[in-house]
Design a protein. Structure first.
Length: 433
């Protein structure tokens, strides 16, 4: 039986002996000429090896759903929130006629996949300034999101703002909002999904519901709210500057780094504060402080790395570099090694670049005083950023250099705790939490 007899988007029934499967024909890899891939009604894909005993009946074509006008009901007993939809897997589905993943027809379709959210909060409005995957995010999008979030938070009847976003760079955006939202007095929840809304393992529904409960809480922090385990039992709300995506595909991919989650939240509304170091709700106007210097970079030092890497960014007139250093904060400074970095670092700092070191290890902090290498680099002008995450440091540096080009002032701001990014005492229980 030839696979080319079936068109992508056709709905078929496949019978193999005494078993029957119904689904929609999906694109198959070019090398898999003898296999047919269908998407089952459950949302999962099934590969079928074609053979004489496989019988297939065509029963129609998959149809694209039409856009629906959705007007969320208002429950006067529930607080109002605003949703800002920016794209990503959580607002995506499989388009069955091509097999491609594409955005939902409109952001309101989120409520079709998660009607339970309306039992938790009222939706004032759903805004969609753009719809892109997270790898396409830049500082320009961060600025737009921050301005929209601030505008919504400054409405007296809005309890908080929920931002939907792709997971791959979600922790960069959570850091950006943490620095850009000045005088934050209400909660902001960032939510993503590791599975698209057409799949049976869609995790976005629980994430949205838990985020709704977070936006009703007394916490006034930017937080990522997503699955805490691979099961559908509860979520963590994790501070936006101390969170990292730790797995490519697990639903509990986001983990707190060097501190405990802010809260544990169940879909039923059980809410437990896990980290007592948080900012509470307050009155006042939220300001979108979005100045940003885009000419910053993040480098990872590795054995034998050439300082030409750093020299390249100096030549390109970059303003600051974050370097993931080994151990407690080291790169080669040995004059006997032809690829030692000390000269390149001194040259960069002399030309006015900010050079900041962060741990190459995910957990822990830097300490330049333990080994002579650290003291040499500290004397050369390197700024050691303690336990700050590399991604957070990069975003903070762009934000800081958007406000000052003076090197000493930038150093002072980078070492000032603005949004919980600098941790004085690392919780021992936070390791692999």
């Amino acid at each position: 039986m030839a696979i080319n007899k079936f068109e992508v988007g056709e709905r078929i029934v496949v019978k193999i002996k005494d078993k029957s499967y119904e689904g929609v024909v999906m694109p198959s890899p070019l090398k898999a000429k003898d296999y047919l891939i269908i998407k089952l009604n459950s949302g999962y894909n099934l590969g079928i090896k074609l053979s004489p005993e496989v019988r297939i009946e065509k029963i129609g074509m998959a149809t694209k759903p039409k856009a629906q006008e959705i007007k969320p009901p208002i429950n006067p007993k529930l607080p109002k929130i605003s949703i800002i939809a920016t794209g990503g897997t959580i607002t995506s589905k499989v388009e069955y006629t091509t097999g491609a993943v594409e955005p939902l027809i409109n952001p309101e379709e989120l409520l079709l996949a998660t009607p339970e959210l309306l039992d938790v909060v009222n939706i004032s409005q759903i805004l969609s300034p753009f719809s892109i995957f997270s790898e396409d995010m830049t500082w320009v999008e961060w600025q737009k999101i921050a301005e929209l979030v601030a505008k919504e938070l400054n409405k007296k009847d809005i309890s908080g703002v929920l931002v939907t976003h792709g997971t791959d760079t979600l922790h960069y955006t959570s850091a950006a909002l943490s620095f850009m939202l000045k005088n934050l007095g209400k909660p902001v929840a960032l939510v993503g999904g590791q599975r698209s809304s057409d799949r049976g393992s869609f995790d976005g529904a629980q994430n949205l519901i838990c985020a709704g409960h977070y936006l009703k809480s007394n916490l006034a922090e930017v937080a990522i709210v997503m699955h805490a385990t691979t099961n559908d039992d509860f979520c963590y709300a994790i501070r936006g500057t101390n969170v990292r995506k730790m797995h490519t595909s697990r639903r509990d991919t986001f983990r707190p780094i060097n501190e405990l989650p802010l809260a544990k939240i169940s879909p039923s509304g059980e809410f437990e504060i896990l980290n007592k170091n948080y900012k509470s709700r307050s009155e006042g106007e939220v300001l979108a402080d979005t100045k940003f210097e885009p000419n910053v970079a993040l480098l990872k030092y590795f054995p034998g790395a050439s300082p030409d890497i750093l020299n390249f960014f100096v030549e390109k007139k970059y303003k600051g570099i974050i370097i993931e250093a080994t151990g407690l904060g080291h790169v080669s400074t040995n004059p006997k090694q032809p690829r030692n970095w000390l000269g390149a670092i001194k040259k960069a700092i002399d030309e006015g670049l900010f050079i900041g070191f962060v741990p190459q290890c995910i957990y822990g902090r830097l300490d330049p005083y333990v080994y002579s290498t650290g003291r040499i680099l500290l004397d050369a002008g390197v700024t050691y950023l303690g336990s700050m995450l590399a991604e957070t440091a990069l975003v903070k540096l762009g934000w800081v250099l958007g406000h000052t080009k003076k090197l000493e002032e930038a150093k002072s701001m980078m070492l000032t705790n603005i949004a919980g990014e600098l941790i004085d005492k690392i919780s021992p229980n936070s390791f692999l939490y």
